[in-house]
Write a protein that binds this ligand. Structure first.
Ligand code: PEP
Ligand code: MG
Length: 440
């Protein structure tokens, strides 16, 4: 029997064992084993160069469906642009790309992407356009834009250390959204006052299995230590929707209305507790951790999560760590939460509006679907009314209130939100130096 046959036999035996298990979670792990078998087989057979070798030259990555986890596999300094046939500017891969400052075009539905290998391209993320075989004149034109942008960034550099205050002395706090450890130094460098949203699913996506509690402590500690004593808001795992973990497949007809965020983690307490314990351990001696819960649609979810967080805190304290009970907050990103914002505010220390999902769910527009991308609009009167209603309902509740969706980093959005009464805006890194969003 060749090695392929031997491998198949061993993997199949393990798969059958998992398939016979009663626990649906463990049974589902059979698919992880199948995936693992496929990966081992491709490594054994593969003569092709690995990812790092394949991208030894700076490249524009073009694909049918680029995902957030792919971004983690390619060295960032080698990615000069991204083009995806599927997805939209509101997809998570686009948000990450924007934070990394990579020009990106999403939803290029009619693109013959398979014919573009080794073809010279210009990716214009502002206009959402791709130019194939560009002329010398066009290249020169775009080089000029790149140079101008660099100059503009240098100009913004001079504003970096000024307090974020309007001309009539209104003080606003600018926080940053992070996901990668590389974001930390760059955010500090640009004057962020804290982390308003650390998307923990990002370090989960770039691995091929769930990180252990001890591994998570190291990952979170980097963020907490990097920003201490400034606050770091760590969001519990928000997988599902368009954020799939390669080793935890979720197959659903309507993933954005399905098993996502808190719904997954409250069904898998082993995932939730490992994460909570790791966050709290990582905050030892720093005391700057804030925990945020995504996709909250009712009070019971918050009550259950709070009880678990208190339990995790008591356990970690008992183990001898120098920790304090972290502040806990809720994301307001589902219309139901807007209508119950007062009840939610009574339970927690802070609220943060996820305008990306709030827009998607209020307007019934899949944020990942290029066909309806034109209908996705965070400035729709209904979205603005919902945003204002949130401030209005909780202004006397003494609860922290911020916005951490993309709108907070949009120049017009930031002004509108400030006028409504939001005092903390948390935005992707790029917005600290750029005045417009970098992809379409
Ligand atoms: C949001 O929904 O606005 C948000 C900040 O979370 P994410 O984009 O990660 O879903
Ligand atoms: Mg969200």
């Amino acid at each position: 029997m060749g090695f392929q046959g031997a491998l198949r036999q061993v993997i199949q035996a393990h798969i059958s064992q998992f398939n016979r298990m009663d626990d649906p979670y463990l049974r589902e792990r059979a698919s992880d084993l199948r995936d693992l078998g496929r990966r081992i087989l491709s490594h054994l057979q593969e003569k092709a160069p690995n990812i790092a070798e394949r991208f030894s030259e700076p490249s524009i990555i073009v694909g049918e469906e680029l995902t957030a986890s792919m971004l983690g596999e390619i060295p960032i300094d080698k990615i000069k642009g991204l083009v995806s046939v599927m997805g939209s500017g509101n997809s998570h891969v686009a948000i990450l790309a924007r934070a990394m400052g990579i020009p990106t075009v999403m939803g290029a539905l009619d693109l013959p992407y398979a014919q573009l290998d080794k073809v010279n391209l210009i990716v214009d993320g502002y206009l959402g356009k791709i130019f194939t075989y560009p002329s010398e004149a066009l290249i020169e034109n775009y080089q000029q834009i790149v140079d101008e942008e660099r100059l503009l960034e240098e100009e913004y550099e001079t504003l970096r250390d000024l307090p974020c205050e309007t001309l009539d002395n209104h003080r606003l706090s600018l926080f940053v959204n992070t996901g990668l450890s590389a974001d930390i130094a760059r955010s500090l460098d640009r004057g962020a006052e804290g982390i308003g949203l650390y998307r923990t699913e990002v370090p989960f996506m770039v691995r091929d299995r769930f990180p252990t509690e001890a591994e998570q402590v190291v990952i979170y500690r980097q963020q907490l230590e990097g920003f201490a004593p400034a606050p770091v808001t760590v969001r519990t795992l928000d997988i599902g929707g368009d954020k799939a973990l390669p080793y935890f497949p979720i197959n659903e007809a309507n993933p954005f209305l399905g098993w996502r965020g808190i719904r997954v983690t409250l069904d898998h307490l082993e995932i939730f507790m490992a994460q909570i314990r790791a966050m709290i351990k990582a905050s030892a001696g720093l005391h700057n951790l804030k925990i945020m819960l995504p996709m909250i649609s009712n009070v019971a979810e918050v009550e259950e999560a709070l009880a678990l967080i208190r339990r995790g805190y008591a356990e970690v304290k008992e183990e001898g760590y120098d920790v304090k009970m972290p502040q806990v907050g809720v994301m307001i990103e589902i219309p139901a939460a807007v209508y119950q914002v007062k009840e939610l505010a009574e339970l927690v220390d802070f609220l943060s509006v996820g305008s990306n999902d709030l827009t998607q769910y209020l307007l019934a527009v899949d944020r990942n679907n290029p066909r309806v991308a034109d209908l996705y609009n965070s400035f729709h009167p209904s979205v603005l009314r919902a945003l204002y209603s949130i401030v209005d309902q909780v202004k006397d509740e003494g609860v922290g209130l911020s916005v951490c969706g993309e709108m907070a980093g949009d120049p017009m959005g930031a002004i509108l939100l400030m006028a409504m009464g939001y005092d903390v805006l948390s935005m992707k890194l790029d917005e600290f130096t750029k005045s417009e969003s970098g992809d379409s």
